[in-house]
Design a protein around this ligand. Structure first.
Ligand SMILES: *Cc1c(COP(=O)(O)O)cnc(C)c1O
Length: 361
């Protein structure tokens, strides 16, 4: 039986995309060669890059001031490339928000490049909530602000843009990119690896305001210099052709099957509402990880059961029913239902029914 993939990452992909990817492994229809053996220097692949870029521009309404890059090294390499570009050889400090597992991982690599100010730290309160606007004192002189829009592990999501408009704004959107419309002009650098909401692991999308590159330090290894990748149209060295191709198929699915990010957002809200309703109407049997309802994630629904034995039973029965990947992240335990773009409403409804049934039994 095919399982429904509620995994935190790599995440679920649309069935129609998987079918096309399967076909491409044998032969891409218009080329007659396996996707795994097509040259990254071919005209066909240059078109794949160009169309994927265009689809991001269309979906996000990107202004010409921003470039789209396809890089490697995952979101984790961006934790270093960003401070290398924006903090190295600077006197300024960078503002970082520490709101969960992933934003805390971004901080040590930045500290290797310069001074970091952690302007809010949720660690002492166990990462159960995000800051409210009045708790945040942004530094108007900061080199940049870094935050994570959706904390994938804890299931906490910012629903508004943070920071000051005259300070460079950098955001890790690995687990919620293309899940909702955003005002992209507000951001100077957005990054997201593919394997949660965009495609398979191997490619990381970076959307960067071109002017950020004007003051790049001159002692960067070329491979870690955004300028080299921009000049080479993301084919500086051998790129992950397959991962980029599948990302293209996902952007086509968003444009042609879903229609727009506003429509995707509507669907995602319905899915999240169904699961949060199952939590809220369980009379305390399920306990949401997030303590503030307005900060709940629309992508990762996290909760606990009254004890470990019940969690184990829940996971066992869920697996038997075909719900896979519900085990919470190893750092916090509990249950996590990741309902990325490609997770269908029907599958979410089935999970919500199962949750109600299990609570009653
Ligand atoms: C999963 C995740 C990462 C880690 O990404 P890698 O590609 O494995 O380096 C970073 N940030 C966020 C928000 C994530 O969800």
């Amino acid at each position: 039986m095919n399982q429904l993939n509620f995994s935190g990452g790599p995440g679920v992909l649309p069935a129609s995309v998987l079918a096309q990817a399967q076909q491409a492994l044998i032969a891409v229809p218009e080329i007659g060669l396996s996707i795994l053996g097509i040259s990254h220097r071919s005209d066909w692949f240059a078109d794949v890059i160009a169309e994927t870029e265009r689809n991001f521009q269309t979906l996000l309404n990107l202004p010409p001031s921003h470039a789209v890059l396809f890089l490697q090294g995952g979101a984790s390499l961006q934790f270093s490339m960003i401070p290398m570009l924006l903090l190295r050889q600077r006197q300024q400090t960078a503002d970082y928000l520490c709101t969960g597992y992933w934003s805390s991982k971004a901080i040590p690599p930045a500290q290797l490049e310069g001074n970091v100010q952690i302007i809010w730290n949720g660690q002492t309160s166990g990462f159960h909530h995000l800051p409210i606007p009045t708790e945040l004192n942004f530094n108007p002189e900061a080199a940049y602000l870094h935050y994570v829009s959706n904390e994938t592990v804890e299931g906490l999501q910012f629903h508004d843009v943070l920071g000051l408009d005259n300070v460079i704004r950098v955001c890790d959107m690995s687990s919620d990119i293309l899940s909702r419309p955003i005002d992209v002009k507000c951001f100077d650098l957005i990054y997201a690896h593919a394997q949660k909401n965009l495609g398979p692991a191997g490619v990381t999308v970076v959307i960067i305001r071109r002017s950020l590159l004007e003051n790049a330090p001159n002692n960067l290894p070329e491979m870690l210099d955004y300028r080299a990748h921009l000049a080479a149209h993301s084919i500086y060295n051998t790129p992950p052709v397959f991962a980029i191709y599948v990302t293209l198929l996902v952007t086509r699915w968003l444009l042609n099957d879903i229609g727009s990010l506003a429509q995707m957002d509507n669907i995602n809200r319905m899915k999240a509402a169904a699961l949060y309703r199952a939590i809220d109407e369980s009379a305390g049997f399920y306990c949401g990880w997030a303590t503030t309802a307005t900060q709940r994630s629309l992508m990762n629904v996290t909760f606990t059961l009254p004890n470990m034995a019940l969690e184990t039973a829940f996971l066992q029965q869920a697996t038997a029913r075909g719900f896979s990947g519900l085990t919470g992240h190893r750092s916090i335990g509990g249950i996590r239902a990741s309902i990325y773009n490609a997770m269908t409403i029907e599958a979410v409804m089935a999970l919500s029914d199962f949750m109600q049934e299990f609570a009653q039994s």
